[in-house]
Design a protein. Structure first.
Length: 168
């Protein structure tokens, strides 16, 4: 039994030993670039400097909101990103949106990120839902372009898998 364990351990370790890097170069993969762009987008959403969001969105794009706050009267709202960015300048400080466990697909200069989110104002959850972010890669890197999201009451956050609110 010990011999079988030793052979299994040696076979498992062999591929690890073969993966030693030949130099100290850090290679950033497209997945790393997209995840960084998404992290910077959410950081800008939390930023009290309301101009920060414009650096991470393509103003020519569109936002689609699937508003399910009232289950008896759901609605779909279309907002051009340029209009959203103007409205964002007037939004209050203390806003926080968190998205985790996202799925990422990439093909060349196109990426899609999907996952549950929780939106908070003043430390209190106002809504949650599912984000669908389309990103495009241009000369200045990845930016969030067309965005769709569901908007549901806080009572639905657990069902949707929305991340817990951060500790205050």
């Amino acid at each position: 039994m010990k011999a079988i364990f030793a052979i299994t351990a040696a076979l498992a370790a062999a591929p690890l030993a073969a993966q030693e890097p030949g130099d100290d170069t850090i290679h950033v993969t497209p997945l790393g670039e997209v995840n960084t762009a998404v992290a910077l987008f959410f950081k800008a959403l939390r930023n009290d400097d309301k101009t920060a969001l414009a650096e991470h969105m393509d103003a020519r794009a569109m936002i689609t909101i699937h508003d399910r706050m009232d289950p008896d009267a759901p609605k779909i709202i279309f907002v051009p990103v340029a209009q959203h960015l103007e409205n964002w300048l007037k939004s209050p400080t203390g806003l926080d949106e968190r998205m985790f466990n996202q799925a990422v697909d990439i093909d060349g200069d196109m990426a899609h990120v999907w996952g549950p989110y929780r939106f908070m104002a003043g430390g209190k959850t106002t809504h949650c839902g599912i984000n669908s972010l389309s990103l495009v890669k241009g000369a200045d890197g990845w930016k969030v372009a067309n965005t769709s999201f569901t908007m549901e009451p806080p009572s639905e956050c657990t069902r949707l898998g929305a991340p817990e609110a951060p500790a205050q």
